[in-house]
Design a protein around this ligand. Structure first.
Ligand code: ADP
Length: 310
């Protein structure tokens, strides 16, 4: 069944009903109905709400993108590329793409609902995480990245705010808005993109293009940020941050205890030459991730307080 057009009705009712027009095999039109509920958050283009499928009772995160924000063909192309890449991915540590449709006003993307916010809110609440938690989350992010890279996809925006936590406290990598799929393995990408604190030096340099290793760099920034509580190259001036990244100028603050294995892993990743960075398999075998048993999942209590064993 295809979903060509849809319409929104019942603007006056408390929970707004969104209708998706579908066509049955015999050509008759029918509607799938969703109740648009709680507001979950706002991104660059989208407003995100809980969407309840009134037939199946399944609840999803519904990204609502106003068509008025898609008048430029570049914006439309970017959204289509995000949808095309995201819908092809199925992995337990990647936010599941469920469905998309449109009506006259909006494009709707239904995603797996992640009920425990992102690592960004977690760090804001907890300040920083214990090594056990960082080991657990890092292993899951590496698992998602291995899957993406095996499918020739570079995420290009690995950061706290794009790592969601499910109801079971599983990591779900989301926001494929900057992702790109390589045509062939040796291809180099040239678009300058990313989030300032997490951007890899070869993207800033620009002369040789970039590839999968930019995700590894951002992973290094992520691990540092989870352990220390703030990103390694952060300043209050983006240009200065970029200069620090290019000069590899970061340090470990004395007041935060960090194990040798954790420091080693971070400093092995944050190397300016992308070819000299460890592979994702090297990282999975690194002492930081193998020195002790790492739980597959953490209890929900760690949303507020450190795990008791840490
Ligand atoms: P954009 O692509 O426009 O930047 P995001 O994907 O960052 O939008 O989503 C914006 C906000 O919506 C997020 O910060 C989060 O609060 C919420 N959100 C997005 N996806 C989900 C999801 N799958 N489950 C729960 N909340 C979500």
């Amino acid at each position: 069944m295809t979903s060509k057009t849809t319409r929104s009705l019942n603007e006056t009712q408390e929970a707004q009903i969104v209708e998706e027009k579908i066509y049955k095999a015999n050509g008759d039109a029918a509607y799938k109905r969703y109740s648009k509920g709680r507001f979950l958050g706002k991104g660059g283009f989208a407003r995100v709400y809980e969407f309840l499928n009134l037939e199946t009772k399944q609840i999803s995160a519904g990204k609502v993108i106003s068509k008025s924000s898609l008048t430029k063909s570049r914006a439309r192309q970017k959204l289509m590329s995000e949808i095309k890449i995201h819908r092809s991915l199925i992995h337990r540590n990647i936010v599941r793409f469920e469905h998309f449709f449109e009506d006259s006003e909006n494009v709707y993307i239904l995603l797996e609902l992640c009920t425990n916010q992102t690592l960004s809110e977690l760090i804001r609440r907890r300040k920083r995480l214990s090594e056990l938690e960082v080991q657990c989350y890092t292993s899951q992010v590496i698992s998602a990245l291995k899957y993406l890279h095996a499918h020739r996809v570079i995420h290009r925006d690995i950061k706290l705010g794009n790592l969601f936590l499910s109801d079971k406290m599983e990591i779900k990598l989301g926001d494929l808005g900057l992702a790109t799929k390589l045509e062939f393995d040796g291809e180099r990408k040239r678009t300058i993109c990313g989030t300032p604190n997490y951007i890899a030096p070869e993207i800033l340099d620009g002369s040789h293009g970039h590839s999968y290793e930019v995700d590894t760099w951002s992973l290094g920034v992520l691990i540092y940020t989870m352990l220390i509580g703030k990103p390694p190259f952060e300043t209050n001036d983006v240009k200065l941050t970029y200069r620090r990244i290019k000069m590899n100028a970061y340090s470990f603050p004395e007041q935060v205890p960090v194990s040798k294995e954790a420091r080693d892993m971070i400093s092995e990743i944050l190397i300016n030459d992308p070819a000299a960075r460890p592979s994702l398999d090297d990282l999975l075998a690194h002492p930081f991730l193998t020195k002790n048993l790492v739980p597959k999942l953490l209890p929900a209590s760690t949303l507020a307080v450190p795990p008791s064993s840490a």
